[in-house]
Design a protein around this ligand. Structure first.
Ligand code: PEP
Ligand code: MN
Length: 337
């Protein structure tokens, strides 16, 4: 349930309520809006204790949260969440483009890609150092060496870094080097990993599972937020359907649906969602038109030699052309790149 406090609520009243919530075995989650403070009382059957809070003078009103996810829901927070990363405002007016190779390969190549995507207007660099591969014989990533390359390239280009942590032990390591910690589609319901990601101070980009419903996706984000990390970006990256013409089916329905259900920023990854280079520019534009706050796009100057996902990587000139077209789409829907 959500407690909306009276506009004049003093800090000591807020502290007192939080103490009471903890005494009852629940967790208080504060959200300070422009005018009022709201406190989420989170825990099983919290609503049964409604009367206790109703009796408090400083509580203006109480709203039960009908959804199974609480902190993630629009009911908990009406305004869009804006996540700040090195001055970028994720979830604001700007559509944030993160681009880069599927896997970090060499430092030189990463730097070459970073410089090119930056000229084209990308605001972040992506690239995996720990790679969740379907085949155990496929390239598994450079590990910490890859993270170091990402951090060095950030120093040279000032592009913040987004990269994946695949297991609990990697979270703090990845968080040391990255600006945003990615949790991959195949790990969307790795609940221990979600909890660990909830303990880091870095924003988390959570990808939708290959066969996850939107509700399951939001429940996974709730795991992260419940640990106190409110900086979660939700990323649609395609789901399994009967269709085989593309690698996955990019579910762009998810963008307006999630925007309605949640206050969190929504990214789309057309590269994995479609899996075929030729179709990616169209789906990038469609994603922005649908209301995406950002995109993840794979770019590689020599896709035939890429260690992973070459067939879906755009060549830098294709990325550049797409970015120009994307600017017009963004402007048409009141956004900018
Ligand atoms: C990736 O972004 O490199 C990746 C592996 O994505 P996903 O988890 O969506 O397959
Ligand atoms: Mn990839």
């Amino acid at each position: 349930m959500i407690l909306t406090l009276k506009p004049n609520a003093a800090k000591k009243d807020v502290d007192l309520i939080c103490k009471k919530i903890k005494e009852l075995g629940f967790t208080p989650h504060l959200s300070k809006g422009k005018e009022v403070v709201v406190i989420g009382v989170i825990g099983q059957n919290a609503i049964l204790k409604r009367d206790i809070f109703e009796a408090m003078d400083v509580v203006a009103f109480i709203t039960p949260i009908s959804k199974p996810y609480k902190l993630v829901s629009r009911e908990f927070k009406k305004e869009n969440t804006i996540i700040e990363v090195d001055g970028l405002k994720i979830g604001g007016t700007d559509v944030i483009i993160a681009a880069g190779p599927c896997s970090v390969e060499t430092k030189e190549l990463l730097l070459e890609i970073a410089k090119k995507i930056k000229i084209s207007g990308a605001k972040m660099i992506r690239g995996g150092a720990f790679k969740p591969r379907t085949s155990p014989y496929a390239f598994q990533g450079l590990g910490e060496k890859g993270l170091k390359y990402l951090a060095e390239v950030k120093k040279m280009t000032e592009l913040p870094v987004i990269t994946e942590a695949m297991n609990v032990n990697q979270v703090s390591l990845v968080a040391r080097y990255a600006d945003i910690v990615q949790i991959g589609a195949r790990n969307m319901q790795n609940f221990d990993l979600l909890k660990e990601a909830g303990k880091t101070k870095k924003p988390v980009l959570l990808k939708r599972g290959l066969s996850a419903t939107i509700e399951e996706f939001l429940m996974s984000a709730e795991y992260i937020m419940a640990q106190g990390n409110y900086n979660v970006i939700l990323c649609e990256r395609g789901i399994r359907t009967f269709e085989t013409a593309t690698r996955f089916t990019l579910d762009l329905n998810a963008v307006p649906v999630i925007k309605k259900l949640s206050h969190l920023p929504v990214f789309v990854d057309p590269s994995h969602g479609v899996g075929v280079r030729e179709y990616i520019p169209a789906m990038c534009k469609a994603s922005v038109a649908a209301g995406a706050d950002g995109l993840l796009i794979e770019v590689h100057p020599c896709p035939e030699k890429a260690f992973s996902d070459g067939p879906q990587s755009l060549l830098p000139p294709q990325f550049d052309k797409m970015m120009n077209e994307l600017k017009a789409v963004a402007e048409a829907v009141g956004r900018k790149l």
